[in-house]
Design a protein around this ligand. Structure first.
Ligand SMILES: Cc1cc2nc3c(=O)[nH]c(=O)nc-3n(C[C@H](O)[C@H](O)[C@H](O)COP(=O)(O)O)c2cc1C
Length: 362
């Protein structure tokens, strides 16, 4: 598994795997979603070595200069994760929430990520959960100001690339009972963040406890962001846990399919997340507008689930996603070419040509 596998794929198959995440060109579309697999420098080093395209750091809970966190309920400690089968797929059962160490520790991780990024090895992007008010309350500007400025300074370049997480546990919280309240957050949060630094923002949308139409409304409300990550895990309110698996990808793909190509003006760049465990699933998300994907669960399967017998988990996962002879990215792109659904340009097939016209990066 060569680290520069996109160059190998281009040479051997004449396939250009290039993708795009938050406006940045990336060598292929596969990144790591925010979570327990991007908590420390060791994990980022391993991912850089494996040739991952980007990694979103664990979500930190915003704070003001005095350290007060309105969303402190999300900064809780829980380490034990259980990787379990769910239907035909996998889910991770875990009761934890956001970053549970100090904000200074998080800034140190952002700075380490900057060094790795500046060396051209891996694009690393921080993620935040900021204060979300009730309808009759104002936003706590002090949290937005302090956290955004500190991250921008640690990130060390302009613009700061940033994700704002609306998590499944938030979807399950009483705060998210009201549609109008959620829509206000999505409309107003981007400007609250951008007021304090030059930020290119991705909004990671939750699966709210409402219908598909409302998911669509959420996308429109958040469309002043530079990108949308669609959509975080589902929430099981009986068990009190978030979950993934095929129910998650079915819902996400169903909602994304409702975006009419060419007739969804203003929907920004999309990054797909949810039960992506094959190149075929990556293609399903791309056909619905996603120029990159963010995986978590597939990077933490038992080792015997990957066909490769050597390398880090990240490498083994990338190997399966790209090279699997039936469901890998290469196989599925060639299959679409044979079916007349994808054409070569300049002798090459291009991953980004899968996207509907309206979603292709200009
Ligand atoms: C254990 C665990 C922790 C996670 N923590 C975060 C988080 O802190 N912030 C966030 O934006 N997403 C978080 N996620 C969501 C993942 O980034 C991803 O979007 C989601 O799990 C769907 O992808 P998957 O089906 O490949 O796991 C977490 C997921 C898992 C399984």
């Amino acid at each position: 598994m060569p680290r520069d596998f996109p160059a190998h794929v281009r040479d051997v198959y004449r396939i250009d795997l290039s993708g795009r995440y938050l406006g940045e060109p990336i060598p292929h579309p596969i990144g790591k979603g925010s979570g327990q697999l991007s908590l420390n420098v060791g994990q980022l080093e391993t991912d850089a070595e494996a040739g991952l395209a980007f990694a979103v750091l664990k979500t930190v809970i915003a704070q003001d200069a005095a350290g007060a966190q309105s969303m402190a309920a999300w900064a809780i400690h829980e380490t034990k994760m259980k990787v379990e089968r769910r239907g035909a797929g996998w889910t991770v059962t875990w009761k934890g929430r956001g970053w549970d160490r100090s904000f200074d520790d998080y800034l140190a991780l952002v700075r380490a990520g900057r060094d790795i990024r500046e060396a051209g090895r891996l694009l690393t992007v921080p993620s935040v959960k900021y204060h979300l008010p009730r309808l009759d309350e104002p936003f706590r500007e002090a949290e937005y100001a302090f956290t955004t400025r500190a991250l921008a300074s640690a990130w060390g370049a302009s613009p700061l690339l940033l994700e704002k997480d609306f998590s499944p546990t938030l979807a399950g919280d009483a705060l998210a009972d009201e549609k109008q309240q959620i829509l206000r957050w999505l409309r107003e949060v981007p400007q609250r963040i951008r007021a304090h630094a030059d930020v290119r923002l991705a909004m990671k949308l939750m699966n709210a406890r409402f219908d598909d139409d409302f998911q669509r409304e959420m996308m429109e409300a958040a469309s002043s962001a530079a990108a949308l990550v669609v959509f975080n895990r589902l929430f099981d309110s009986n068990a009190g846990v978030a979950f993934g698996g095929s129910e998650l990808s079915n819902r996400n793909l169903r909602v994304l399919a409702r975006l009419t190509p060419g007739a969804s003006p203003g929907i920004p760049e999309l990054s797909g997340t949810g039960n992506i465990h094959s190149g075929r699933l990556i293609v399903e998300y791309a056909l619905r507008g996603c120029s990159s994907v963010q995986l978590h669960t597939f990077f933490q399967l038992p080792l015997e689930e990957y066909p490769a017998t050597d390398g880090s988990r990240t490498q083994r996962a990338l190997h399966a996603l790209v090279f699997d002879p039936r469901d890998g990215l290469i196989a599925v792109l060639l299959e679409r070419e044979a079916a007349g659904a994808l054409e070569r340009r300049g002798g090459e097939l291009h991953f980004l040509d899968l996207l509907p016209n309206a979603h292709r990066p200009r």
